[in-house]
Design a protein around this ligand. Structure first.
Ligand code: DAH
Length: 359
């Protein structure tokens, strides 16, 4: 076929493509592996050198023109597509407001508000610290030196080292517990100390009852003559107020945390009769939190004299508290952002009575 007839044919094929997929199809049929121009190039191999030179020039020019035409056509089709989208997707600012304009408070936020209210009534302040912390604050200063077996339970996510620091302070990580803020607070504030620390924490776990990010609240009290009786009274009052139960049965079981000595797990009385959990009644126990007397090494690491001061600390999972109080069965649903779930378990901003008993 004569090249100029072929060119006319291909130009009209390209110009008749109505959208981008049709243009792509035309491009493949002309310039693809088995395309018309490509096939024509292949015939050059069988020609004598003289003929090849002149035919080669003609074919190359035709190919360049066709390629330029395809590019032009593509730009114009893209522009057309954008223009028709802009016309079709115009926002109608006269639409009436949605029928349910009231947002919902997430059960975690609600639980944090309740915890803050309860502890504020007992004279605690809220302290905060960064989610990205370092090995020293997360472990070493809390009396888990490098190589300590208790680090095993806190596998986390590491970030590049901080070049401005050395040793354990250079190793950046996502904090595995809010206990880091005990250290951050004590190095800056002399006793008496009475703080709670609500916040996000991270571990590399993911199943029905573990998510890589979850929430804890830490508590720390340091002063002269602070003893286990203060711990017991404070935590019992907190749990009575939170679960709205008077005379809550509690028990402390010996446990181990590197940063407390002695350490304990605190259980509260409950019943599981008929598969229903009822807190405050019955003969069963439910493990609720970890606590203990602040280890002298931790006080020393923060420049506080353990001969003069003593303290107690505790740590609780906020998500678990919310699940128990509001009957939410699956931890993972907290972080799925499903609006139907939030409408069901969330709270209206006005739905708020005091959680402090007797207030
Ligand atoms: N940091 C502990 C954890 O994440 C929880 C904890 C236990 C905190 C005992 C405390 C404490 O302050 O005294 O497993």
């Amino acid at each position: 076929m004569d090249i100029s007839t072929l060119k006319t044919e291909l130009v009209s094929l390209i110009e008749s493509a109505e959208d981008l997929p049709a243009l792509e199809q035309a491009r493949v049929s002309v310039l693809g592996k088995k395309g018309r121009i490509t096939e024509l190039m292949k015939t050059l191999g069988g020609m004598d050198p003289e003929a090849r030179r002149s035919a080669g020039q003609v074919i190359n020019t035709a190919r360049d023109e066709i390629t330029a035409l395809i590019d032009r056509q593509e730009r114009s089709l893209k522009k057309q597509a954008l223009e028709s989208r802009l016309a079709a997707e115009r926002v109608d600012v006269t639409l009436p407001a949605r029928p349910d304009p009231i947002g919902h408070i997430h059960p975690i936020s609600r639980t944090v508000e309740e915890l803050v209210e309860i502890f504020a009534a007992m004279g605690f302040c809220v302290a905060e610290g960064p989610d990205i912390d370092d090995d020293w604050h997360n472990f070493t200063a809390l009396n888990f030196p490098p190589g300590h077996p208790a680090r095993e339970m806190h596998d986390t996510f590491y970030l590049p080292d901080d070049p401005g620091e050395t040793g354990e302070r250079a190793r950046k990580l996502l904090r595995t517990h809010t206990s880091t803020v005990q250290i951050r607070h004590m190095v800056d504030h002399p006793p008496p100390i009475r703080i709670i620390v609500p916040g996000r924490v991270y571990r590399s776990d993911h199943d029905m009852t573990h998510t890589p990010m979850f929430h804890q609240i830490e508590g720390l009290v340091v002063g002269e003559d602070i003893h286990f009786g203060h711990l017991k009274d404070c935590l019992t009052r907190f749990l009575e107020a939170f679960f709205r139960v008077r005379d809550l049965p509690v028990r402390f079981r010996p446990s181990f945390f590197p940063f407390t000595e002695p350490s304990a797990e605190m259980d509260i009385g409950c019943s599981r009769e008929g598969g229903r959990l009822a807190i405050g009644a019955g003969a069963d126990w439910l493990e609720i939190l970890g606590c203990g007397m602040v280890h002298p090494n931790v006080l020393r690491n923060c420049g506080i004299d353990p001969e003069r001061f003593s303290g107690f600390a505790f740590g609780v999972g906020i998500d678990r508290l919310a699940m128990l109080k509001y009957g939410i069965p699956d931890l993972r649903t907290f972080f799925e952002s499903d609006l139907r779930w939030l409408r069901h378990y969330g709270f209206a901003p006005s739905e708020r009575d005091s959680v402090v008993l007797g207030a």
